[in-house]
Write a protein that binds this ligand. Structure first.
Ligand code: ZN
Length: 239
């Protein structure tokens, strides 16, 4: 069994119409007002920020996005005999799972935008239900269990990554025989260190990204072509 780890960043979801909000050049980093909507301290402190954040979530329509050829190719590789796939993703869109990859094979480093979590009691519920409440006129829907403040089950700026998820991701990076970094600038943690760990532990490192990354020199192969065509071709070859 060959363990193929796939680290995916914003670039894999661009073809699904999802913009890079979080990356170094992402919208949230360029616009201080937008950044507040996804920064934990300001979100918790200011009801007006929360009202704007709910409208942003409603308008971003992440829940309506569909997986693209690259997501499907990853799921397809996992169905290839002799190959085990694990995805470590910086994305919160859930598109790897929607493409057919079992959820237990996807580690969401930054959480998921498909659920909300209560900051009071940790109860989770679907984002779709919370957005329906917003549509129905609740401008800052509260937890139905305890009345606490709801937020997306994503890691906001100012929040720590889940240590259990990060630990599992590092273990996969150490064990992988092939490590494909796709659509990630590899400039932010933990993505950068995961690629480094994989290379140190002898994985064949393959980088698929439009722009150069700090790990290109360590990579066995660097692919600059568009992800939607390049990744399916590459994974077919690996399978
Ligand atoms: Zn609650």
């Amino acid at each position: 069994m060959t363990l193929v780890a796939i680290l995916s960043g914003a670039g894999i979801s661009t073809d699904s119409g999802i913009r890079d909000y979080r990356g170094p050049d992402g919208l949230w980093r360029r616009d201080p007002e937008a950044e507040k909507l996804v920064t934990y301290a300001s979100y918790m402190a200011d009801p007006d920020i929360r009202r704007r954040a709910w409208l942003m979530r409603r308008d971003a329509a992440v829940l309506a996005a569909e997986p693209n050829a690259a997501h499907r190719a990853v799921a397809e590789l996992d169905r290839t005999p002799g190959t085990a796939v694990r995805v470590l993703t910086q994305n919160v869109d859930g598109l790897h799972q929607l493409a057919g990859l079992p959820g237990r094979k996807v580690l969401e480093l930054h959480g998921t935008a498909r659920e909300v979590v209560c900051t009071g009691c940790d109860a989770r519920s679907p984002m779709a239900v919370a957005l329906e409440r917003v549509e129905a006129g609740e401008d800052d829907p509260a937890c139905r269990e305890c009345g606490g403040i709801l937020k997306p089950a994503t890691v906001m700026f100012g929040q720590a990554l889940d240590p259990a998820v990060l630990g599992a991701a590092m273990e996969i990076a150490r064990a992988a025989e092939v490590f494909v970094a796709v659509g990630s600038t590899l400039q932010v943690q933990p993505a950068a260190s995961l690629a480094g760990i994989a290379a140190e532990h002898g994985a064949r490192l393959i980088v698929v990204n439009a722009e150069p990354t700090p790990y290109d020199a360590l990579a066995e192969e660097v692919v600059r072509e568009p992800i939607g065509t390049a990744l399916p071709a590459l994974l077919k070859r690996l399978g």
